[in-house]
Design a protein around this ligand. Structure first.
Ligand code: GLU
Length: 318
């Protein structure tokens, strides 16, 4: 089996060390297995995506020494490589799921869902949706639709144990119906949800390995349920530790930690950044300066760290 991996950033801000960490590991996984690297731009949400970030992102990746074989700038057999251009594919999939009775309109407002989920009698399991509209009598559902009420579409999750093995975090088990509830596949403003788009794209792009941040570990069973519903092979998943700022919150624009563009402008060398990321990943004994391509031979899934990275003021690049 030919390995196909991807880096799938959302162009909603400048690339920071956390994004670069994911990009590097996704790239190393592909390059160490002579696979094909795909760059996919997750600009699904028009309100949060900006095209200038796409070009900046590509510059930052190239500066880090990370390349790709298919992507928005070079095309390829599985394009388009921007989610904003793939609307029809998501809609076709939704229609198919509708025919199978696996999605339904949900008329609940955000506050209604939150009230129920956080009510004191709730099981406290962190279930995100109590299933209100799943059980709506068909006549009422029709009436709401005729009245033109706003609705999102939800996927009907299976009520059974779902097991999967993350190649870094090990085996996981969850009952989606009891622990998470039916999830949104198209928002009430018509924007397709990440969970749907990512599965449609990874499936149609023949992705075999998904390497991404551990914040998406618990999105994985939702996505597996979709793969199963669509009768598509499930890729291998490798989640990598998240990077936190000094305040213990996930690294983001809020933190004053310089992003890749700034580091580049400050005259820092890409080897220094790659060395630090390779050290965080558990691939280097210390943050030695190293080119991304020289780290390929060090890549080993068994060595990958699972501990989150916490940045502090003693952090030095170089
Ligand atoms: N677009 C997501 C992000 O930038 C990543 C999605 C994925 O890798 O599945 O966080």
């Amino acid at each position: 089996m030919k390995v196909r991996g991807r880096f799938a950033p959302s162009p909603s801000g400048e690339m920071h060390l956390g994004n670069a960490f994911t990009a590097l590991l996704a790239w190393l996984q592909v390059r160490s297995s002579n696979g094909t690297m795909v760059l996919r731009i997750e600009d699904l949400d028009p309100q949060r995506s900006r095209s200038e970030y796409v070009s900046l992102l590509m510059q930052d990746l190239r500066w880090l020494g990370l390349d790709w074989d298919e992507g928005p700038d070079i095309s390829g057999p599985f394009g388009p490589y921007e989610q904003s251009q793939r609307w029809d594919l998501y809609e076709d999939t939704l229609n198919w799921l509708k025919i199978k009775g696996l999605v339904y309109p949900c008329f609940c407002s955000r506050s209604e869902v939150q009230n129920v989920v956080s009510a004191p009698h709730d099981t406290g399991s962190g279930r995100e949706y109590p299933g209100t509209c799943r059980h709506l009598p068909p006549a009422l559902r029709e009436r709401y639709l005729e009245e033109g009420r706003r609705y999102c579409l939800r996927f009907r999750v299976p009520d059974r144990e779902l097991r999967f093995t993350d190649l870094n975090f090990g085996s996981q088990i969850i009952n989606l119906e009891q622990e998470q509830g039916d999830f949104i596949v198209r928002r009430s403003d018509g924007v397709h949800a990440y969970q749907l788009a990512v599965v449609v794209d990874d499936a149609l792009m023949d992705i075999t390995h998904v390497v991404r941040g551990a914040d998406l570990l618990w999105s994985t069973p939702k996505q597996i349920a979709l793969y199963e519903a669509l009768k598509r092979p499930v890729p291998a998943f490798v989640h990598i530790p998240l990077v936190y700022g000094e305040d213990g919150r996930r690294l983001s624009k809020r933190h004053q930690v310089p992003g890749i563009k700034t580091l580049r402008e400050q005259g820092i060398k890409p080897e220094q950044v790659v060395g630090l990321l390779g050290y965080w990943a558990g691939l280097l004994p210390k943050p030695l300066a190293i080119l991304a391509r020289d780290l390929i031979q060090e890549f080993d899934l068994n060595k990958l760290a699972v501990q989150p990275v916490r940045l502090d003021s003693s952090m030095k690049i170089g």
